[in-house]
Design a protein around this ligand. Structure first.
Ligand code: FAD
Length: 294
């Protein structure tokens, strides 16, 4: 099923992101992750594509296929283009299609100074055009409530986001953010600029101080004062931070649900226990929102 059809059927979508095990690491760890996540019945599960955009990385395809065939859940396969030739992308699309994968999150990928840049694709909008002409895929794209790190202004980034939608993206997932006012401001600007496709909010429960500091330094998201306070108070006590981080994410989600968010995409960091706690706290609220819709 295409993700665009899910958005037509439901008022609020609840989905997860997982990543493949590190190269050379045991593949079995992903089975444990999926065994924990799938019984939570997410609407779809997205699978990241090797950071740096390694076109030879087949694990995304294998995991997406497993999610669909073994667990009967819709997968969303991430695909980056910055280090790929057009032919490599076309081959990957062929493989995805033959595995029955219908949904692709089309990304440029981060520019890695250690990997020589290819010139076939400069921006995600160009990849979206190629995916669109390759066949009958639903196409999702990334968006940034605080603006992408390379953009001079949020407005400039939103204008490029519109190019992705015009090229064929029919669903957007945000970068993680910790202050909902950033999301509301971004969503309002996107709508004013004519972007009407569903925008799903990417939420990451903070359960590890070092991990979150590394993530925000990589993606440019900012940490609001209450979260900084929480990190400095509980950062050295794993159990306390976990509880506080889950509560913070839960509050963020409840506020978003009260403000007409169309989807929550949980960055699970392959941690089903955290996802379970969040799902237990917001599952009935999401159900209630969807029943009102029905
Ligand atoms: P683009 O949309 O191409 O934008 C990149 C920059 O170029 C932006 O600043 C944009 O404003 C600008 N731009 C766009 N078009 C033009 C134009 N015509 N002229 C001038 N400037 C332009 N990375 C991975 O490696 N693997 C993953 O699986 C992965 N999954 C992700 C999932 C989500 C939900 C998100 C939010 C990010 C993910 N990333 C992933 C990170 C992503 O690859 C980086 O953020 C990357 O730097 C930008 O990718 P993009 O597709 O948004 O690029």
């Amino acid at each position: 099923m295409k993700i665009s059809e899910l958005f037509m059927a439901k008022k609020v979508i609840f989905s997860f992101e997982v990543f493949p095990p590190k190269k050379g690491g045991p593949i079995d760890t992903i089975y444990e992750t999926l065994e924990g996540l799938c019984p939570l019945h997410p609407d779809f599960i997205s699978v990241t594509y090797g950071a740096g955009g390694n076109a030879a990385d087949r694990s995304t395809l294998q995991i997406a296929s497993l999610i669909k065939k073994r667990y009967g859940i819709e997968p969303l396969a991430h695909l980056t283009c910055v280090n790929s030739t057009r032919q490599q992308v076309i081959n990957t699309l062929g493989e995805l299609k033959s595995e029955g994968i219908e949904n692709i999150l089309a990304l440029r990928g981060d520019i890695n100074p250690d990997i020589p840049l290819r010139t076939d694709f400069r921006y995600a909008s160009e990849l979206i055009q190629t995916v669109r002409s390759a066949g009958d895929f639903h196409i999702s794209a990334a968006c940034y409530p605080e603006g992408h790190a390379e953009s001079a202004t949020l407005e400039e980034d939103v204008l490029h986001l519109r190019e992705k939608v015009e090229a064929g993206a029919s669903h957007l997932i945000t970068q993680l953010f910790f202050d909902n006012t950033d999301f509301y401001h971004f969503r309002e600007l996107a709508r004013r600029k004519g972007i009407q496709v569903p925008i799903e909010a990417g939420i990451m429960p903070v359960v590890n101080k070092r991990q979150i500091e590394r993530m925000v330094s990589m993606c440019g998201a900012s940490l609001p004062k209450p979260l900084v306070k929480l990190l400095s108070r509980y950062g050295s006590d794993a159990a306390a931070l976990r509880e506080a981080g889950i509560a913070y994410a839960t509050q963020q989600i409840i506020d978003l649900l009260g403000n007409a968010v169309q989807g929550i995409h949980l960055y699970t960091m392959n941690n089903p226990e955290v996802a379970k706690k969040v799902a237990a706290s917001v599952g009935d609220i999401i159900r209630c929102e969807n029943e009102r819709h029905g």
